[in-house]
Each structure stands twice: as C-alpha cells, then as structure tokens.
Ligand binder design. Structure first.
Ligand code: KIV
Ligand code: NA
Length: 264
C-alpha cells in the first residue's frame, strides 16, 4: 500500500521508527522504495552530490522538477517529498506557484527550510492542499548566514526558540518536521512537543523517522564524512543489501548510534 501522511502519523502513534532516503532518479527511486523506505526525499542536496557545488544554493526549480518527475516515475509506493530550492519560497506567492509545479511533477509533499517567518506561507500551502515538511536546525540554504555547516540549538536560548518554532509551524499547518544537526536531547524534546512526525538527520535516535543522503549512506560521496553518516554498503556488499540494512537499522533503532549523534 502506498505511504501517505496518515501512515507516518500511525508510525508516530505506535512508536515505530520509519526510514527516509534521498533519491534523484527513477532507478534509485525504484530500489529505495522496494527496500521499504517510506519516504523518498528529492533533496536539494543534489546540488552537492550530483552537480558538485559546495552548497545547495545554485539548485533551480527547473532542476528540482526534472528530478521529481524522474523519481515519481520509478517510485513504488513511497511518499515523495520534494525540496523547495533556495529562494523559491521567498514570498508566499512564489511559494504557491513553485510548490504547485513540484506537486504536478509528482511530489506528495514539499519541504521548506526556515523558522517562524514561514508560518503564513505554510498556512497558505496547507490550506490549498499542499502538505508541508518544515526543516529546522541546520538548514543548508542558510549556510552563508550560519558561517558554515554547524550544529544548531546548542545554547539554551536557541534550543528553546527551536522548540517554539517547531510548535508554531505545526500550528501553521506543517504536517512533518525535519531536524538537521541538533543535539539529541533537543530533538527528543521537539519530537514529544509536536504531534507531527519528526524526521531527524544528525538529531539522535529519538525522532520518529531518520533520513540520510543516498550517496552518503552508500559511501560514494567524496570528502570528509559527517559524524551522522554511516556507510551501509561497506558491510552489505550490494546496493539493495545496503538499502535494506539501513531500513532495518532505523526500524530497530540501531541507527543512529551514539557515534553518529551530537549529545550537546
Ligand atoms: O537536501 C537534502 O538531502 C536534505 C536532507 C539532508 C534532509 O534536505
Ligand atoms: Na535539502
């Protein structure tokens, strides 16, 4: 049966962890969904892993729509979540136009990076039938404001503010929250504070779901490996084996381990 937002809500209610992976093309969308991944994210990380840029900022709407169509064509029943690229939701009006394009391309949900300023935009999208995932914490489109890729929410004030923002964006209409690179205890508090399913990356093992970038978990991304990444291909010998091992490890809450987690 196809995964919907109701499936994710059921997982949260039952305390069952679910697995999310990025994919950018039909072949991997097929493999990832066949392995039991519940949500496929067409991440704007494609600007880094496919295009070789050092940030996600150069990714365009046209490129995102192309990859969403490719993934939708190969997908076997996963929920298709599409990133809205940098400055495609700078205003509510542009967000509506651009989100509609991604939905027509085959997305079931769009993901936006930001905080309280996105509330009205999220309400507008949600009221018009577009489910939204609100991405908080280390939001890579803000790398130039952060001055690098750094763990977010370490100070008490920033932590309290992130909890507030998550609750506020849920009230505004966000159906899913995604937390990137935040201390595990903070991610656990946010997961408890909202009814919406919470997906984590570098956010510890207490979130409702886990996500990784496909190329990272297959160990093919060049350069230094972030703390939260595990190479699942190394121990499993085949891509399909690696994908299935990831899904199992997430469901058993064996991944992420302490070594992949920021404790404070
Ligand atoms: O673009 C992406 O792949 C993402 C995940 C890392 C959450 O946003
Ligand atoms: Na992204």
């Amino acid at each position: 049966m196809a995964v919907t937002i109701n499936t994710l809500r059921d997982y949260k209610q039952k305390g069952e962890a679910f697995a999310v992976l990025t994919a950018y093309d039909a072949t991997f969308a097929h493999a990832v969904s066949e392995a039991g991944v519940d949500v496929i994210l067409i991440g704007d990380s494609l600007g880094m892993v496919l295009q070789g840029h050092d940030s996600t900022l150069p990714v365009t709407m046209e490129q995102m729509a192309y990859h969403v169509r490719s993934v939708a064509a190969g997908n076997k029943g996963a929920l298709v979540m599409a990133d809205m690229p940098f400055m495609s939701y700078g205003t509510t009006e542009s967000a509506l136009t651009n989100a509609a394009e991604l939905m027509r391309a085959g997305a079931h949900m769009v993901k936006l990076e930001g905080t309280d300023w996105m509330a009205d935009t999220i309400t507008a999208l949600s009221e018009r039938g577009i489910p939204v995932c609100a991405h908080l914490g280390l939001t890579p489109q803000f790398v130039n404001k952060f001055g690098g890729y750094k763990v977010q929410g370490r100070e008490e004030h920033a932590a309290e503010q992130m909890i507030e923002h998550a609750c506020m964006l849920e009230r505004a209409g966000a159906d899913v929250i995604l937390l990137e690179c935040v201390p595990a205890p903070l991610a656990a508090r946010i997961t408890q504070a909202v009814k919406a399913p919470v997906i984590g990356i570098g956010a510890g093992s207490d979130t409702d779901g886990q996500v990784l970038v496909l190329h990272d978990m297959l160990g093919v991304t060049p350069g230094r490996k972030p703390r939260f990444v595990k190479n699942f291909l190394a121990e499993n010998g085949s891509i399909q084996g690696a994908l299935e091992a990831y899904v199992n490890a997430v469901r058993q809450r064996e991944f992420p381990g302490q070594e992949h987690t920021f404790e404070a």
